[in-house]
Design a binder for this molecule. Structure first.
Ligand SMILES: O=C(O)CCC(=O)C(=O)O
Length: 246
């Protein structure tokens, strides 16, 4: 059997692990130069002294990182759309979400409290781009993922009837976090411009941020499945890999 190409290896890792890390390239490095001042400005405009999580908006299109473009093209098969703005997720002056095992959750199935109905997620891929250098160290608020946990989400979802409400889907995921299934989490890190491509269904969160001198800026782009334009949890999951001969 011929050796797999680098792209095939990335896609295999994505399928198995539910995420892949892409090294910075000239496109994402150039993007960082624009993103950093914009991100600092967004925090300044909000409440710079507020401790904790600043959930803001970054009005900057996703970097056209070369490998990212090829990976997205494979995963989404057609009609690749470039998101024009991102969630700017900044941690400042200390933040600790460790009470629920690093806030382990799946986007869209998360709830603020028992009464919260949850929201339906519509994106197929969650793409994180580091705006600052993020070392692999305690106290910096690194994002974490539970490799392979996308399969846990799918197992949970496949046991749910198609007429389930968003609340009952949310409950099922909420009650079965990867962090309680003896899966190990992995701390994400890297130089500015590093990109993490994550399956929508991956369980993720963040470790405590305790360094008041470190502004942890990350942009998260959420990319819809434009071929079907459906709410993700009822999307045909094989769609992801339809274009690949296996
Ligand atoms: O800021 C982070 O690293 C994670 C944010 C997150 O999980 C979310 O907004 O859903």
């Amino acid at each position: 059997m011929p050796d797999k190409s680098p792209l095939e290896q990335i896609l295999d890792a994505f399928e198995t692990q539910g995420f892949v890390r892409l090294e910075p390239d000239s496109f994402s490095t150039e993007w960082v130069e624009k993103a950093k001042p914009l991100a600092d400005e967004e925090v300044r405009k909000s409440e710079p002294s507020k401790p904790g999580w600043h959930n803001l908006q970054l009005k900057l299109p996703m970097p056209r990182h070369e490998v990212l473009m090829r990976v997205m093209d494979e995963l989404l098969a057609q009609k690749l759309s470039i998101p024009q703005s991102a969630q700017l997720s900044t941690l400042a002056n200390g933040f600790d979400k460790s009470e629920r095992r690093h806030h382990c959750h799946v986007d869209g199935y998360d709830r603020k409290d028992e009464e919260d109905q949850g929201t339906l997620a519509w994106h197929a891929l969650l793409i994180g781009v580091l705006i600052v250098n993020l070392p692999d160290r305690d106290g910096l608020g690194n994002p974490v993922v539970w490799p392979g946990s996308h399969r846990l989400t799918r197992r949970t979802l496949s046991a749910i009837k198609s007429d389930a409400t968003s609340r009952s889907v949310g409950d099922a995921i909420w009650n079965a976090p990867a962090s309680s299934q003896s899966m190990q989490h992995l701390r994400l890190h890297g130089p500015a411009g590093t990109i993490f491509v994550m399956d929508h269904d991956i369980h993720h969160g963040m470790i405590p941020h305790t360094d008041p001198d470190f502004l942890r800026h990350i942009a998260y782009y959420r990319v819809p499945d434009t071929a079907t334009d459906k709410v993700h949890y009822i999307v045909d999951r094989d769609h992801f890999f339809r274009s690949r001969s296996r």
